[in-house]
Design a protein around this ligand. Sequence first.
Ligand SMILES: Cc1cc2nc3c(=O)[nH]c(=O)nc-3n(C[C@H](O)[C@H](O)[C@H](O)COP(=O)(O)OP(=O)(O)OC[C@H]3O[C@@H](n4cnc5c(N)ncnc54)[C@H](O)[C@@H]3O)c2cc1C
Length: 302
Amino acid sequence: MYDLIIIGAGPAGITAAVYAARKKMQVLVITVDIGGQTIWSGDIDNYTGYQFITGPELASKFEEHMRRYNVVVKENEKVVELRKIDDAVHVKTIKGEYQAKTVIIASGKKSKELRVPGEQEFKNKGLSYCATCDGPLFADKDVAVIGGGNSALDAALQLMKIASHTSIINILPRLGGDAVMREKVENSPAVTIFNNTRVVAVYGEKMVTGIGFVTGADPEKRLHVRGVFVEIGLVPNTGFATDVELNEAGEIKVNCRNETSIPGIFAAGDVTDVPEKQIVIAAGEGAKALLSSFRYLAEHRL
Ligand SMILES: Cc1cc2nc3c(=O)[nH]c(=O)nc-3n(C[C@H](O)[C@H](O)[C@H](O)COP(=O)(O)OP(=O)(O)OC[C@H]3O[C@@H](n4cnc5c(N)ncnc54)[C@H](O)[C@@H]3O)c2cc1C
């Protein structure tokens, strides 16, 4: 029986783990990967203390910090079920079952799918959800980024340095996201922006060869690209958390102490209904959730 199980090792989960180790709690971290969405980020200019750092670099600094404390980490392990029975929380994964007195859910978000013909067939065969991870595979090739918000802009900024040409397919009348990023993308000769446009299919043979798109009421047109980067938003990873209360967006409802609707189960970071999804916010929420879990153990004499 652990004092605490942390689900997820993004900024929220890792920060909670560091705080837990410093409180000498018996803590287990169960996670699919280490770093979470920070691994997918290109340049990070807004994490205090670093004027500039890449996502993968920041993720490895987070990991280094956590490992310094000898925290037990089960990596490549996905949580599939969470149940509170009496005073214990039972955490079932694809590999086993664990119990703890408290749990912090810090499972973040994952990419939303396009849901068009060809998407499933060409996943990892030219179609990707991570420009940071897969962008270098498309050096000197034409690529398309699907989306028009910050994630799409981040992907386009990375790809315009690698690919021969980048097309942005944006369903809305104009690009959203941060003005600084938007201006860089809009002023680049290596980028073409298709507004009011939606992707209707991904085509290919063994690998992606193009996309079908529709602008306004026009008939479908095709764009020849070798890479397609889907950046249309994120959905919370809450499939296993069926007992805790969620909001309409599927995010876990928490109060200002990171308590969920079930006593002893806390949540932090992008998976929660806390507004604004940022690394510094997720890390802060992870710290708060841990302090609440520590307080809960003391108050309940567990
Ligand atoms: C392309 C991109 C660029 C970004 N750029 C910036 C930026 O410049 N600055 C900034 O502040 N923020 C940026 N963000 C947002 C930032 O990355 C997130 O707000 C932050 O990573 C959220 O942290 P988190 O710990 O809550 O969740 P995540 O980072 O999503 O981590 C979730 C963790 O949970 C694990 N997990 C998920 N499901 C399960 C499961 N069932 N079982 C076990 N483990 C599971 C995952 O493997 C992962 O380790 C960016 C995001 C993206 C996508």
